[in-house]
Design a protein around this ligand. Structure first.
Ligand code: ATP
Ligand code: LTN
Length: 330
């Protein structure tokens, strides 16, 4: 039996955060040895909000460099840009015709993003999950490693695939989510009740992977806590401290109980510094590699060209099967 297949992606909006790293990329890295991995940059999804074209191009290449700096190895994993592989947009059109308005209306990401971009509630934002389903189903993915916030989109993907298979016979593999780790949902440092997000406009709320060490330290020092001054895990009453504990635990591998013991009798100041220091040293090698890679556009181009070739070959097989089954003349 061949290796199981993985597919995941991240939109090319701005800088990656510690949330993207701990919730997604860090898991991607671990899966490269045992799975056939496909990691894309969801540049078509990025169009659902307005972008400056030059920024989009720049963000896309920076994101590619960050994937590789974070340990995604182009020799082991297939790395590509979604827009370079035509089958994604093509299958999305077909699957739009097998997805109900009611289903899409229930998506919480759509509701959140509509509230955030009230002046641009476009139909792409509404059908965003159908394009995501196409990304996954084209590769017959077994597993989709994402953060907690994408769970609802994965459930919709499974519903669409089951519906299609029920009408036309076995066409799509039904994918499972892979939502793992203590940091599947990293919260904002200023607003620890909402997720850390790369498009956040709240100052000091997100740690960006490219933040300098002194900036990281400053952001953790300023992070919102509570007045108890006891390091104890309690997401309801102590969301700030609990979030810092999850970050610390994800990086050091220590359990919540160990962390509580380690900081018994110590104040928040010491704890915040320890969290900042572990994040700084976790990110140091990534940042050094990034500085090198971003100077080497030829190498980045080679990665996405090779990736597009491989991804096109895989995805066209599935698309051809779908077109044939639904009755399009070949
Ligand atoms: P945006 O602010 O542009 O919506 P985002 O930070 O939510 O971006 P996405 O591109 O939507 O990032 O997500 C990329 C991956 O990172 C997904 O797998 C998502 O689940 C994961 N992710 C995003 N934010 C977090 C978070 N705070 N904690 C854990 N995982 C996260
Ligand atoms: N919607 C995802 C990004 C994404 C994705 C995918 C993730 C687009 N296509 C396919 C997994 C599989 C997000 O994280 N916002």
């Amino acid at each position: 039996m061949g290796k199981k297949v993985i597919l995941s992606g991240i939109q090319a909006t701005g800088n990656l955060t510690l949330g993207n790293y701990l919730g997604a990329i860090n898991n991607w890295k671990k899966m490269q040895e045992d799975y056939q991995c496909n990691y894309m940059i969801a540049d078509l999804h990025t169009l659902t909000i307005r972008n400056n074209p030059e920024d989009l191009r720049k963000n896309t290449l920076e994101l590619l460099a960050l994937y590789v700096s974070a340990g995604i190895d182009p020799e082991k994993s297939n790395i590509f840009l979604q827009s370079h592989v035509p089958a994604h947009a093509e299958l999305a059109w077909v699957l739009n015709c097998y997805t109900y308005m009611g289903e899409l209306s229930r998506m919480t990401q759509f509701k959140d993003k509509s509230a955030k971009h009230a002046d641009n509630i476009n139909s792409g934002l509404f059908t965003y999950p159908v394009l995501m389903a196409s990304d996954i189903l084209l590769y017959q993915a077994d597993l989709v490693p994402v953060g907690e916030d994408q769970k609802q989109h994965l459930e919709l993907t499974r519903d669409i695939a089951n519906r299609f298979n029920a009408i036309y016979g076995e066409t799509f593999k039904i994918p499972d989510g892979y939502i793992q780790g203590v940091a599947a949902r990293v919260m904002g440092l200023q607003e620890p009740k909402s997720k850390m997000s790369k498009s956040s406009t709240i100052p000091n709320d997100a740690i960006f992977l490219k933040d300098e060490p002194d900036v990281i330290l400053k952001k953790f020092k300023k992070s919102v806590t509570d007045s108890e001054n006891v390091v104890r895990f309690d997401t309801e009453n102590k969301p700030g401290i609990s979030n810092l504990m999850s970050i610390y635990s994800a990086i050091t591998g220590k359990s919540k109980e160990d962390i509580e013991k380690e900081f018994e009798g110590k104040g928040y100041g010491d704890f915040k510094t320890a969290v900042a220091e572990c994040v700084i040293s976790e990110l140091r090698p990534l940042q050094e590699k990034y500085k090198e890679l971003i100077q080497n556009p030829d190498y980045l181009e080679k990665i996405y060209r090779d990736g597009a070739r491989k991804a096109t070959a895989i995805s066209e097989n599935t698309l051809r099967d779908v077109y044939q089954k639904i009755g399009l003349v070949s």
